[in-house]
Design a protein around this ligand. Structure first.
Ligand code: PGA
Length: 261
């Protein structure tokens, strides 16, 4: 796992966006795994800027989102369909037919989840998956206790997640209790992972995910099992890392480091 700590949220977002751009420049028809929440907003803004100002092209890209709330219509302002459209898709040129977001309104969740997994496979698998982390250490909606081999499925949200996400809704009771989410096993099959975290409210989860034991109680810790996982952090989210000096040392020496490719 590579840990990249930037001073600010903006610098962290730019660095992560350039990682996505690097992939698209070498593989224009890449399959991207997309995340929602407040964390990746800066990354999406930078990708939109790169599209507008530097011609970063998404015309051959396919995307799969991690998760969606159950029971919200796609045009509900807090649905992840709406989020993705407003914050990313309406500003770039991903073809509509290449955009996949789990349905929060299907009549048969088991069948839908199977179909979603199958579509990922038929599209050649996810090249690069963008991830956030919950304050309880979850990735996507894989709450503490999730199986590390889990697949896309219906999941009951933890109280902590509902409390965290209540800030986006008028009242906590409006936060859906269920979500459909890619599993940890699904996520680990992506060829590259980039996890972003910012803010001191994520410091515990970041420490547990990067330096704690691999455990279903902190599903982001499963990234330790992945061969190409990068974690982009701002400074406040990195305060509980015991190896902080080592991560900074690596960054400092990166310009002169031997190239592995
Ligand atoms: P946030 O959510 O980006 O809004 O903090 C992250 C998550 O719960 O995965």
């Amino acid at each position: 796992m590579e840990v990249i700590i930037k001073e600010t949220y903006e610098a962290m977002s730019r660095a992560a966006a350039h990682e996505v751009a690097r992939l698209l420049n070498t593989k224009p028809n890449a399959v991207l795994g997309m995340a929602t929440g407040s964390t990746p907003l800066g990354l999406y803004q930078e990708l939109v800027r790169l599209h507008r100002e530097e011609g970063l092209d998404f015309s051959q890209v396919t995307t799969f989102n991690l998760d969606e709330y159950v029971g919200l219509q796609p045009d509900h302002p807090q649905s992840y369909h709406y989020f993705m459209h407003e914050n990313f898709f309406k500003h770039v040129n991903v073809p509509q037919q290449n955009i996949y977001i789990p349905s929060g309104n299907t009549s048969n969740y088991r069948a839908f989840c199977g179909w979603y997994e199958q579509r990922i496979e038929e599209c050649g698998g996810i090249d690069l998956q963008i991830l956030g982390i919950g304050s309880d250490g979850h990735v996507a909606f894989n709450e503490p206790g999730s199986s590390l081999t889990s697949r896309t499925r219906l999941k009951t949200l933890a109280k902590q997640t509902i409390d965290d996400n209540a800030r986006f809704f008028d009242k906590a009771e409006d936060v859906p209790i269920y979500a459909i989410t890619m599993g940890v096993g699904t996520i680990l099959e992506a060829r590259e992972l980039i996890l972003l975290a910012n803010g001191d409210n994520k410091a515990w989860a970041v420490g547990a995910a990067i330096e704690g034991p691999v455990t279903g109680m902190v599903t982001a810790s499963a990234l330790q099992m992945h061969p190409y996982a990068k974690v982009y952090l701002d400074s406040p989210s990195a305060t509980q890392l015991k190896m902080r000096d080592y991560y900074d040392w690596i960054e400092e020496h990166r310009p002169g480091a031997p190239q592995s490719l």
